[in-house]
Design a protein around this ligand. Structure first.
Ligand SMILES: [Zn+2]
Length: 451
């Protein structure tokens, strides 16, 4: 599969997805379910599902009924057949040629029909083995009546609401926690582990002054190459946050030798200098920022661990050494225990909320850096005012405003509100184990008084 084609397909996919949204809103009609059948003697359907995320499918019947937004079960015919995947129909069936990237999946050249009525499918979910087998359906009181069982000749079969519910039941019952993988959502448990492996592969490439293709990186991570971009996003965010050279610029398209759009994090007209900066950086002096995930631990696990047991903060910090990752975890913990409210003004927009340290990060001991009792959730204005010492908190949790003479002439509404908060109780977590520790507040006051 050519990467260039993949990009085109992806773009077509995005355009089509927008069309779907529009046409569904316009018509207001409910999405229907279909079964689309593939004959494994003619077409390597399982390989195609592994390799492609968009397929064109012949529509011989119901062309006037099948519409964008409808869903389809991909069915493999024959004795070992069954439902292999779920898909969304992206456009109205119409005359179109077979997609070039699909030609290699045909097992008999003479079964390729170039122009035919087709619909474009986005593959949403692929099952490792048939999620509902032909024999399961034959044994099922509702499903045994389906056309795909009784009269399986054809390509497109309607699915009634009852049948769809029954299929969904079998799928959910059969696939509880195994044998099923979602495209696009790799699962949080493995996201950081994948980032850990990708970091190792990318920094090795950088040290050897080499680029790496999507395919090579996918092999190094142990994932399907379409999924690489999710991992690259995590790495790119980390490099941006830490002001590191753009490591993801080393991942190139095998055909063009160029980095993928969206993962450059650099001036697109001057990729060369970006690559130079990556090669010139001493990556070996950095520890892998995702090392905490090497044993399969996810960021979610750590957030939960800290919320559950804040006294483990030092132990957790020992595992999460990189400042960007630690701060991201700390903020998530604080958002959760403060129920997404600024402890001073109560502002509840998550995007405006930050995790402040009572004993500042640079003065903090390792055990204080991820400790929720050394934190406050504050809006960005109150975070600045807190860090600068203009605002504070007393050991009995009252908000303090340290006034200055130059305030009298200000007409700022935010300032007026902040001054008025003086003496109010801070809005603190419900559970006492999460509230600021008096010892940290005293230590902070000592530090500020020496400034
Ligand atoms: Zn605030």
């Amino acid at each position: 599969m050519l990467d260039r084609q993949l990009e085109n397909v992806e773009m077509a996919e995005q355009d089509a997805a927008r069309l779907v949204v529009r046409s569904n809103t316009e018509s207001g009609s409910r999405p229907e379910w279909w079964i689309f059948q593939a004959n494994p003697e003619h077409y390597a359907i399982e390989d195609a599902l592994k390799g492609l995320s968009v397929l064109k499918w012949t529509v011989n019947r119901y062309a006037d009924k099948i519409k964008p937004g409808d869903r389809a079960y991909i069915w493999k015919s024959g004795p070992t057949g069954g439902i292999l995947a779920e898909a969304t129909i992206l456009d109205k069936p119409r005359e179109m040629s077979e997609a070039p990237q699909e030609l290699s999946f045909y097992l008999k050249q003479n079964s390729i029909v170039q122009i035919a009525c087709r619909a474009t499918l986005r593959i949403d979910k692929v099952f490792d083995k048939p999620a509902v087998t032909r024999s399961q359906m034959k044994a099922h009181k509702i499903l045994k009546e389906m056309l795909i069982i009784r009269q399986p000749n054809g390509t497109n079969f309607p699915v009634t609401e009852d049948e769809q519910l029954a299929i969904a039941e079998v799928i959910n019952g059969a696939s509880s926690g195994s044998g099923q993988s979602d495209r696009g959502d790799e699962g949080l448990a493995s996201r950081d582990l994948r980032a850990y492996r990708a970091w190792a592969a990318l920094t090795r490439a950088a040290t050897e002054r080499q680029v790496i293709t999507y395919g090579q990186l996918a092999d190094a991570i142990g994932i399907y190459h379409r999924a690489v971009r999710f991992t690259l996003g995590v790495i790119q965010d980390h490099c941006l946050n830490e002001k590191l050279p753009p490591l993801t610029i080393l991942v190139v398209n095998q055909q063009t030798g160029l980095p993928g759009v969206g993962f450059i994090a650099w001036d697109a007209d001057d990729i060369e200098s970006g690559v130079r900066s990556v090669y010139g950086f001493n990556w070996t002096k950095l520890e892998n920022p995702f090392v905490f995930a090497a044993d399969g631990t996810s960021e979610d696990d750590i957030v939960n661990e800290l919320v559950e047991n804040p006294t483990q903060a030092e132990h957790v910090y020992a595992r999460v050494k990189v400042r960007g990752v630690a701060q991201s975890i700390f903020r998530r913990v604080m958002l959760q225990i403060y129920e997404q409210r600024c402890a001073f003004c109560g502002l509840n927009y998550a995007e405006a909320l930050e995790a402040a340290h009572i004993v500042p990060w640079r003065h903090a001991e390792p055990k204080q850096r991820l400790d929720p009792t050394n934190g406050l959730l504050l809006c960005s204005t109150h975070h600045r005012l807190f860090d600068s010492g203009r605002m504070g908190i007393s050991i009995d949790f009252k908000i303090i405003w340290n006034s200055r003479k130059d305030e009298e002439n200000s007409s700022s509404a935010v300032l007026a509100i902040s001054i008025a908060l003086n003496g109010n109780m801070a809005l603190l977590p419900a559970h006492s184990k999460h509230r600021p520790l008096a010892e940290w507040i005293r230590q902070r006051n000592d530090i500020l008084s020496k400034k």
